[in-house]
Each structure stands twice: as C-alpha cells, then as structure tokens.
Write a protein that binds this ligand. Structure first.
Ligand SMILES: N[C@@H](CCC(=O)N[C@@H](CS)C(=O)NCC(=O)O)C(=O)O
Length: 147
C-alpha cells in the first residue's frame, strides 16, 4: 500500500492553505508536519534536506517531494482527477488560472511571511504598503471577460 502523503506546512502560510484546501476538496488523507516559520525551522538542516528552497508548502507524495503550491495542486489534479478542481471548458480553466496567478504571483509574494519579515516592523510596513498597492493595481482590477 502506498504511504500517506506528508504535507510540510505552517498554520499561517497562505500558500500551504491552498494545498490544504485542494487536498480536502479531493478527499486525500495526509499527514501534517508543521514547520515553524516563526522559529526559522524552514532553514534547519532537517527541512533543507526535504526542501532545499526552505519554504512551505512541500508535499511528499507518490515517492516524490514537491514544492510550489500551484505545481502541487496541478500534480494532484493530474494524478487524482476526481473530483475535478478545474472546470471542463478550457476558457473557464484559463479564468481559474488567471485568478490563481493574481494570488500566487501578484499578492502573496508581497505578504512576506518569512520569520524575519514577520518579526521586524519596517519590512512589515513596507509589506502592507506593497500589498495595498498590488491589490489596487492588480487584484482589484477586473480580469478580461471571456465573452
Ligand atoms: N511560490 C511559493 C511561495 C512559498 C512561500 O512563500 N512560503 C512561505 C510561507 S507562505 C514560506 O515558507 N516562508 C518562509 C521563508 O521564505 O523563509 C508557493 O506558492 O508555494
């Protein structure tokens, strides 16, 4: 029997939440292993050996270790297609992917969830300003209409 997938995650990691939501929607049972970002555990030798990019989420599944939330979700969709997360229509799929990009590439990087950024006030203020700017210019701008 294949072993249970293992998700390396942390409770306030929005990237990891994406993966947790996908796992839940697909009904995939997994083991949760917390990597405490506030204690800098992502840079420990132990976790570096699991994910050299030193970030969560990282999913150990089917004999491989995968990083990057969207890549993980796509892998789950391709290997465990039911229930589907993406619509059938390629145009509607493109809409889902556009929204995912806005969040993963537009908003999230400006949140800065590393321990250093969370602990120090100035990067935090900068992060809030960048986030507001990004939300205004990207996230709140309407996406093109399909029709
Ligand atoms: N693009 C990556 C971003 C991963 C990421 O930024 N993870 C954060 C938590 S949300 C993290 O591990 N931060 C710790 C650090 O960078 O030191 C993804 O979507 O998975």
């Amino acid at each position: 029997m294949a072993s249970k997938p293992v998700l390396y995650s942390y409770f306030f990691s929005s990237c990891a939440w994406r993966v947790r939501i996908a796992l839940a929607l697909k009904g995939i049972d997994y083991e949760y292993r917390a990597v405490n970002i506030l204690k800098d555990e992502q840079h420990s030798d132990k976790f570096r050996a699991i994910n050299p990019s030193c970030q969560v989420p990282c999913l150990e599944i089917d004999g491989v270790k995968l990083a990057q939330s969207l890549a993980i979700i796509e892998y789950l969709e391709e290997t465990r297609p039911k229930p589907a997360l993406l619509p059938v229509d390629p145009k509607e799929r493109a809409v889902v992917r556009q929204i995912s990009e806005v969040i993963a590439s537009g908003i999230q990087p400006n949140q800065g969830e590393s321990a250093e950024e969370v602990a120090r006030p100035w990067p935090k203020l900068y992060m809030v300003l960048r986030l507001r700017q990004n939300l205004r210019f990207h996230a709140c701008s309407p996406l093109p209409k399909l029709t």
